[in-house]
Write a protein that binds this ligand. Structure first.
Ligand code: NAP
Ligand code: GDD
Length: 349
């Protein structure tokens, strides 16, 4: 029988790659999206899955819309990816971060518990839970010490998943994912900010790149591989929380150097720092230990750091090249969804 999956946050980087992965596996895929003034389906369009995902309008601050999404999709598997995911912004809107990224998780779990307790739930937990101050690679045993409103909200989400699992026997698990990137990454994150700037500088469209903390270290992997791990976690016999990472860490400075070298440019001519892009508190060292995922899922990362940087810079250079030749970016395209592909209370299919 065809399995059905519900992805909250299907318009985001991971949501789009996961939708594509599940469609390839033969799932019927439902995805929640927000009613915003400018449609935001360019990632689904880019992956050519836009017309194959059934969209359901829902917002994490609106309990009823989440419940309705679960009633409509009747999912075998629910991937809770929606969140306000930019750490920097959580310092600007700490209360919103708590509401959306923290309480949003219990809203989803309550809806699952009361409407569809058989549904397996994946929660998008994060390496940000570890916070600042660590020196050793981080595993499932490493204590959490969040350093941002975003991470504090994610710690609530992580904890409430464990609580619902133990109290109500839900199949619910946390993927503790380290940073994962791609050409579909939002422009506010450092990898894409850098790859996009390098591409624009190469095309003579930008003259400098202004960054914050160049010494921060991250364990950066390739997003399409990480969504495979999400799916694999929900296929286990028992729910398990698990680190997904490459086990390698690089500084932002190394990222910058690698990106400029792909374009044959010298970073020192273009890069400067400004405290404006530094956070009130930052996480300076993240490096995962993926032993558990290797053992239980047989999952291993394949794309290396250098390959990841090359993929991203090359993709942005091609985009700007096409733009200069008169083509529009996908996000400029008239991308309102076909209403037939949206299901709401008043319009069941
Ligand atoms: P992303 O590209 O920022 O996507 C976030 C998604 O959440 C978008 O679809 C967004 O919708 C949606 N969303 C935001 N606020 C919402 C609200 N109030 N109601 C409903 N939907 C809302 O993030 P991502 O990189 O794909 O990450 C997916 C998840 O994994 C997030 O929970 C993130 O915190 C977590 N995570 C990410 C990484 C990483 O390195 N990428 C690592 C660890 C954990 P709009 O498109 O309308 O904004
Ligand atoms: N965004 C950004 N912009 N970051 C910068 C900049 C800049 O101009 N300059 C330096 N950085 C540093 C940040 O201070 C941080 O230490 C590091 O680059 C990475 O920042 P982001 O790319 O914004 O990602 P993040 O690590 O804070 O958060 C991402 O990964 C988490 C998993 O560890 C997000 O995807 C989170 O949602 C995710 O949970």
């Amino acid at each position: 029988m065809t399995k059905s999956a519900l992805i909250t946050g299907v318009t985001g980087q991971d949501g789009a790659y996961l939708a594509s992965h599940l469609l390839d596996k033969g799932y019927r895929v439902f995805g929640t999206y927000r009613r915003v003034s400018t449609p935001n389906f360019w990632r689904l369009q880019h992956l050519e899955v836009f017309d194959r995902v059934t969209l359901i309008p829902a917002d994490l601050i609106d309990d009823a819309s989440i419940a309705e999404a679960i009633r409509i999709a009747e999912p075998d598997e629910l991937y809770h990816l929606a969140a306000q995911s930019f750490v920097g912004a959580s310092f600007e809107q700490p209360i919103g971060a708590g509401d959306v990224t923290g309480l949003g998780v219990v809203r989803v779990l309550e809806a699952v518990r009361t409407i569809s307790p058989r549904t397996r739930v994946y929660q998008a937990s994060t390496s940000e839970l570890y916070g600042d101050g660590g020196q050793e690679p981080q595993s499932e045993e490493t204590p959490f010490r969040p350093s941002s409103p975003y991470a504090a909200a994610k710690l609530y989400g992580y904890s409430i998943v464990r609580i619902y699992r133990e109290a109500y026997r839900l199949f619910a698990c946390n993927g503790i994912l380290f940073n994962h990137e791609s050409p579909l990454r939002g422009l506010e994150f450092v990898t894409r900010k850098v790859s996009n700037a390098v591409a624009k500088i190469r095309h003579g469209l930008q003259s400098e790149l202004v960054l914050g903390n160049l010494d921060a270290k991250r364990d950066w992997g390739y997003a399409p591989e990480y969504v495979e791990a999400m799916w694999a976690m929900l296929q286990l016999d028992h729910p398990e929380d698990m680190v997904i990472a490459t086990n390698e860490s690089h500084t932002v400075r190394e990222l910058v150097n690698a990106a400029f070298s792909v374009a044959g440019l010298a970073p020192e001519k273009y890069v400067r720092t400004d405290p404006r892009f530094c956070r009130p508190l930052d996480v300076n060292y993240l490096q995962g230990d993926n032993s558990k995922a290797r053992r239980l899922l047989g999952w291993t990362p394949k794309v290396t750091f250098d390959e990841l940087v090359r993929i991203m810079v090359t993709a942005d250079m091609e985009r700007w090249d096409r733009c200069r030749r008169g083509e529009h970016f996908p996000w400029d395209a008239p991308n309102y969804p076909n209403e037939a592909n949206i299901v709401t209370k008043s319009l069941r299919v």
